[in-house]
Design a protein around this ligand. Structure first.
Ligand SMILES: [Zn+2]
Length: 254
């Protein structure tokens, strides 16, 4: 389906601000806080590097920490007792892991895992809840992000049930590229199959179709988008629906 609704990016010619310890801040929620709230929150943040497959929390875990994603990708997975899982959400530098805390809830029903190597600013969950009482803009931004995640989870659940693997693969690659700011996604087909909740052989066929059409090139452990406009055409309408909704909400809140 045609859509040209790539999410708006925060761009600046200035170098990104740091956390005082020499770590650049790319997270869009942190970058857009008023100085007073930033001064409250930034000293409580700890810069962390998350290796690929690092689990931030499992279903049912108490959320001891929340994470402002800074670089890389974090997947939100729905996990079943037999070990099967499927991705229902994808978070990059626009977002935050730990949305139940914003509503005062201390556990999460999902798994959050670093999908590719990532960095984040971690904050203690209890500390965040105290700060939120004194930081209305941060609270509002996190509420808005929670709503965006709920919308994304709903759309991806429908997508996983209704759309073909090659359309979903195209949608996933576009979402990943938007969140990492790179058209190259270091990911194996094994992991892609887990993300899309399908067999590896189906991902191989789907990736082969997209490669044959000249939209991506894939080699062991790496997928590169080579023709974004036509990859958007090849993706299911979910990609455009989600981006248009986010844009509409962002315009609403200006
Ligand atoms: Zn879809």
């Amino acid at each position: 389906m045609a859509n040209k609704a790539r999410p708006p990016a925060v761009s600046s010619s200035k170098p990104p601000p740091g956390d005082g310890d020499g770590n650049h801040i790319h997270n869009q929620i942190l970058l857009n806080l008023p100085p007073k709230e930033s001064a409250m929150l930034i000293p409580k943040l700890e810069f962390v590097r998350l290796k690929t497959h690092h689990v931030l929390h499992e279903p049912g875990d108490t959320l001891k920490s929340a994470y402002f994603c800074n670089t890389g990708l974090v997947s939100i997975l729905s996990v079943f007792p037999d070990g099967k899982s499927v991705e229902v959400g994808l978070i990059g530098k626009e977002g935050f892991v730990g949305v139940p805390l914003v509503a005062g809830f201390r556990t999460s029903p999902t798994r959050a895992v670093a999908q590719i190597e990532a960095t984040a600013f971690r904050v203690d969950g209890e500390t965040l809840m105290v700060i939120l009482r004194q930081a209305p803009i941060l609270e509002r931004r996190l509420q808005q992000f929670s709503q965006i995640m709920a919308m994304q989870v709903t759309q991806i659940a429908a997508c996983n049930r209704l759309h073909e693997v090659n359309e979903r693969l195209a949608r996933w690659l576009l979402m990943s590229a938007d969140r990492t700011g790179s058209d190259s996604v270091p990911l194996t087909q094994e992991l892609l199959a887990q993300m899309l909740g399908t067999r590896r052989s189906s991902v191989t066929v789907a990736a082969g179709m997209l490669q044959k059409a000249g939209l991506i090139s894939h080699s062991r452990g790496d997928v590169e988008i080579t023709d974004r406009p036509n990859l958007e055409e090849a993706a299911c309408e979910c990609y455009g629906i989600m981006n248009r909704q986010v844009k509409e909400w962002q315009d609403d809140s200006k």
